[in-house]
Ligand binder design. Structure first.
Ligand code: ADP
Ligand code: MG
Length: 382
């Protein structure tokens, strides 16, 4: 759905034109998985898939929320209470709650939105929803907040209001990414570097393969990994696992008795190093093909040490590599969702076919495959 359609939909629903229309993208993470709640490094880029929202202010404190993609009509929210809402409306309502709680003078709003970001596919449809609402309210109420501040508030909305213990990557990616670039983000201080990322000119493509297996973030496994990482940091006497230098990893691991925690620590510390390696490759004029093996290493670490992959994600990686892909790994929180595949342009068709055939043979639901190029971050459309 485009900006005009969302604008028209708003007018039809609420009987007046919206004050404006905004967009915020989903993201795919190139490398740096489960590092964002360990104060570590990530490198996402924005997808062309976006959540688009038409928004007007109200003179009372009521929120009227409508999604063109959900058959639930207009939902009216009058009281904002963390944990009170288990529906999709918790995402936009949570943003309003977080803004108000931080002392920003945000009153009611009428919101109509639609999103092309696949939901539950590990491509951050939730962050797109939060960021589009945050940006709209920031503009309309002239709050003057910067992008990283909006991302923090959106994270708070998701952590506290929705109750999903996610890190800061998704919201920052949606708010801060730039077209043609990957975002090298230090999740400790949110310092960022836009890294030019143009695979096309090198004859390469990045495929996103949505396995159609729905992950469930807020459920136990994500929280367990997060708690395990915190325990690892406590055993090692550091603020966060980011503070364990890669060179000290063997010594650090020798101080942890619990096998489970040792594996989590190993993944996080090596994953930060992989992000730094990819940044070095991308900023020193290296052949982008050299990123491939780093992606494969990252997948093995997520599968064997962090243990958040699933048979469908492993099959994307294994089948694409067997068909000549340069690299592949699961992306996003895990337990389903999407994988990425780095390939020569000339191999895209045969790799896609191989993945699809492998899924059919295994009896899995057919995956959705598309090519991703770095798109713009959140913006006002009208
Ligand atoms: P992901 O962010 O990986 O897509 P999440 O579980 O974090 O997965 O977020 C998915 C949730 O976001 C959905 O269950 C729904 O509540 C909400 N959502 C996503 N897209 C839309 C949409 N177009 N309209 C309404 N709610 C949406
Ligand atoms: Mg999400």
């Amino acid at each position: 759905m485009g900006a005009q359609q969302v604008r028209d939909g708003f007018e039809e629903l609420y009987g007046a034109a919206p004050e404006g229309v905004w967009a915020a993208p989903g993201r795919v993470n190139l490398i740096g998985e489960h590092t964002d709640y360990n104060d570590g490094f990530v490198m996402p880029f924005a997808l062309p898939h976006t959540a688009i929202a038409a928004v007007s202010r109200r003179e009372d404190d009521v929120l009227r929320l409508h999604s063109a993609d959900i058959d639930a009509g207009v939902v009216e929210v009058t009281a904002l209470e963390p944990g009170s809402d288990t529906d999709w409306t918790a995402y936009p309502a949570g943003v309003v709650w977080a803004l108000r709680e931080a002392g920003h003078p945000v009153r009611g709003a009428d919101i109509h939105l639609s999103s092309t970001v696949p939901s539950g596919a590990g491509l951050s449809s939730s962050a797109a929803l939060e960021v589009v609402v945050a940006l709209a309210l920031n503009d309309l109420y002239e709050l003057g907040l910067q992008r990283w501040q909006l991302a923090r508030l959106c994270q708070r909305a998701e952590n506290v209001y929705v109750g999903a213990p996610t890190g800061i990557m998704d919201q920052t990616a949606s708010a801060c990414c730039e077209e043609g670039h990957a975002l090298f983000l230090d999740t400790r201080d949110l310092s960022q570097k836009q890294i030019p990322f143009d695979l096309t000119s090198e004859g390469l493509r990045l495929l996103v393969v949505d396995t159609q297996v729905k992950h469930a973030h807020s459920e136990g496994e994500y929280g367990k990994r997060r708690a395990g990482c915190e325990e690892g940091a406590a055993i090692l006497g550091v603020t966060a696992l980011r503070d364990v230098p890669y060179a000290d990893l063997p010594e650090a691991l020798s101080r942890i008795d619990d096998e489970e925690i040792r594996r989590l620590v190993k993944h996080v510390v090596t994953e930060d190093e992989r992000v730094e390696r990819v940044v070095t490759l991308m900023t020193t004029g290296a052949d982008a093909r050299e990123i491939g093996p780093v992606l494969v290493e990252g997948h093995a670490s997520l599968r064997d040490d962090f243990r958040i992959s699933c048979p469908e994600l492993d099959l994307v990686v294994d089948s694409s590599l067997s068909a000549g892909a340069l690299g592949a790994r699961m992306t996003g929180g895990g337990f389903g969702g999407s994988a990425i595949v780095l390939a020569e342009e000339s191999d895209v068709a045969s790799i896609t076919k191989t993945i699809e055939e492998a899924f059919a043979t295994a009896g899995f639901t057919a995956p959705r495959v598309f090519e991703a190029v770095p798109a713009p971050g959140a913006r006002r459309l009208a």
